[in-house]
Design a protein around this ligand. Structure first.
Ligand SMILES: [Zn+2]
Length: 313
């Protein structure tokens, strides 16, 4: 069975009865990473194959926007692509009040998708008393598992900083009162985000939290670990110009890592720039397995356990 597929292009993934098989690199590229080879791959007829036992593969994409219009034409197909690779569950965060309602409607129809509700920092001006009451109502739905994505974003000034702090803190308090974990978005605002979270996290007695699309430095990792936060890793870890990120990720305890796509954004290498989809979280898992020098099955098992613990799946 394996011999017949040796000519396929690199990064091709296919499924047999007992294995999920990914062809990693052909010999011609001469770029196969030794670490991957040692732990995960077999060389067959000049090409390298990664074998995952199907029954061990159970992956959660901890952050994707499958409700976005980019998936309106082929949502069911995209979900099938994910399921074929073992991506069995998805967490779909919201960015404003409209998407919060839309995501709740979506998860009613799809048993394997879970919702997070809340307003992204771009929407800070919309977070008023009425919005907080609506979010509280929506949170009564059984499949609402988190508040998010909320946080600070100084990269684009869609809302003044003072408004962002107010909206962020109000939603953090809401999460505490509802005892729901939190999905944090921060961009170019790591220091202020951590100051607010340190204050919020002090004294214990609060739900869990993930820093989604982690982009901090070693100091942020140290802070996050001391506060018991999880860190979400996605497509950027696979980029050729990932710079310091791989080194920073290697400092993280594996039991504090989640994997995510942020689909339709941040497509991993070699699909960078194209529409992302949850199936590609597999590429993030493989990259992390290389970085930690462990078998991808072992890594995925731990990360799925982390995700289940945070979101109480
Ligand atoms: Zn997102």
């Amino acid at each position: 069975m394996v011999y017949g597929i040796a000519e396929l292009h690199q990064h091709k993934t296919f499924l047999t009865k007992n294995y999920l098989i990914r062809m990693i690199y052909s010999v011609e590229t001469e770029s196969c990473d030794r670490v991957v080879l040692k732990n995960n791959c077999q060389k067959i007829r000049g090409s390298y194959f990664l074998f995952w036992r199907k029954n061990l593969v159970d992956i959660v994409d901890s952050h994707c926007h499958i409700d976005f219009e980019q998936f309106d034409q082929d949502r069911d197909q995209v979900l099938q692509n994910a399921a074929k690779l073992g991506v069995s569950r998805l967490i779909n965060p919201s960015i404003d009040m409209e998407t919060s309602q839309r995501v709740v409607n979506l998860v009613r129809r799809y048993p394997n998708i879970y919702a997070a509700i809340g307003c992204h920092p771009y929407q800070a001006l919309k977070v008023n008393d009425e919005a907080l009451v609506s979010l509280t109502e929506l949170a009564k739905e059984a499949k609402v598992v988190a508040i998010g994505e909320i946080g600070l974003d100084y990269y684009r000034d869609h809302a003044p900083k003072a408004e962002q702090y107010r909206a962020f803190e109000a939603q953090l308090m809401l999460a505490k009162s509802l005892n729901l974990p939190v999905i944090i978005h921060q961009r170019a605002a790591a220091a202020d985000t951590m100051t607010i979270l340190r204050h919020w996290g002090a004294g214990g007695n609060r739900p869990g939290l993930v820093l989604h699309a982690f982009s901090g430095d070693a100091a942020v990792v140290e802070d996050a670990v001391s506060l018991g936060f999880y860190m979400g890793i996605g497509g950027p870890i696979t980029f050729k110009n990932a710079k310091d990120l791989p080194g920073v990720v290697q400092m993280m305890p594996i039991d504090k890592i989640l994997i995510e796509t942020d689909a339709p954004f941040l497509s991993p290498h070699p699909h960078r720039g194209k529409r992302n989809e949850p199936a590609r979280v597999v590429l993030v898992a493989e990259k992390l397995a290389q970085l930690f020098d462990i078998a991808v099955n072992v890594l995925v098992k731990q990360i799925t356990a982390n995700t289940e613990a945070l979101f109480r799946l």
